[in-house]
Design a protein around this ligand. Structure first.
Ligand SMILES: [Zn+2]
Length: 261
């Protein structure tokens, strides 16, 4: 059995060994590790050396997170990592919601999004998007310029109904978190999604349901909740695993399948 947590900030987690043991016990075996920049990426690499004896599979993602500021070299360093390391996805990248940007910061972030989307396009990598509430619609407009990018996930989405519907229509994926266990806002959003759009994530160590810091083991309860609220739709374990594989597994694009003349 394989269960995915599609969004984990390994470098921000405390009590990592315990989190890993709990996840193994709950069969949460596949983790997408999201690095918010080169420093986070290097920190994660260090931590992974001490976790190599656990039966887990990791998929590495890197991107300059829109809610943070970065030094001048961060972009270049991130590009080096994308070029030379085994990277499974670009992200999380996108547009900020929780901080006010100066005009200069706004322009800089806008430019960074385009550059990083270009990397995803040229390397045929999936993209993890951070763009919630009022940032979601402008992000969709940017993505219109990248119609080649098919594997896109709106991580921990919060958005108005019409925007969620547009995301579904474009066949992007949506990350659902353990918040769904207790929050009606998340349940309403979930009710708008077809099963093939849903992936599950904890965004660990971000706390959910008023709890202490979260850990990937919570995916087990999340899936049980989906089976409880929408039992007629599908088997949510099989479906979300399938979706995560489609999103992050290395499926060759049509371009790659056609020999270059
Ligand atoms: Zn995150």
């Amino acid at each position: 059995m394989e269960i995915w947590d599609t969004h984990v900030h390994l470098d921000e987690m405390t009590n990592l060994e315990l989190a890993v043991e709990l996840a193994v016990r709950h069969n949460v075996t596949h983790w997408v590790l999201v690095a918010t920049g080169p420093e986070a990426y290097r920190h994660q690499s260090q931590l992974l050396t001490s976790l190599s004896h656990y039966p887990l599979r990791y998929f590495r993602s890197i991107g300059l997170h829109p809610e943070y500021n970065y030094s001048e070299h961060a972009l270049m360093e991130t590009e080096q990592i994308v070029e030379h390391e085994s990277i499974a996805a670009i992200g999380e990248i996108g547009l900020p919601t929780y901080r006010i940007l100066s005009r200069q910061q706004f322009n800089r972030n806008w430019e960074l999004v385009y550059i990083q989307l270009e990397w995803a396009k040229s390397k045929n990598l999936p993209v993890i998007i951070h763009a919630v509430h009022e940032s979601c619609e402008p992000m969709l407009r940017i993505l219109e310029e990248f119609s080649d990018l098919k594997r896109v996930v709106f991580h921990w989405l919060k958005a108005p109904k019409n925007i969620v519907q547009e995301i579904v229509k474009r066949r992007y994926y949506v990350g659902i978190t353990p918040d769904i266990v207790s929050r009606s806002r998340d349940r309403e959003l979930f009710s708008l999604l077809p099963p093939e759009a849903v992936v599950v994530e904890t965004d660990s160590p971000w706390p959910h349901n008023g709890h202490k810091p979260s850990s990937p083991a919570e995916i087990a309860e999340l899936i049980a909740t989906l089976n409880h609220i929408a039992p007629e739709s599908c088997d949510w374990l099989g479906q979300t695993t399938h979706n995560a594989r489609q999103l992050f597994g290395n499926i060759p694009s049509r371009q790659e399948q056609t020999p270059i003349k």
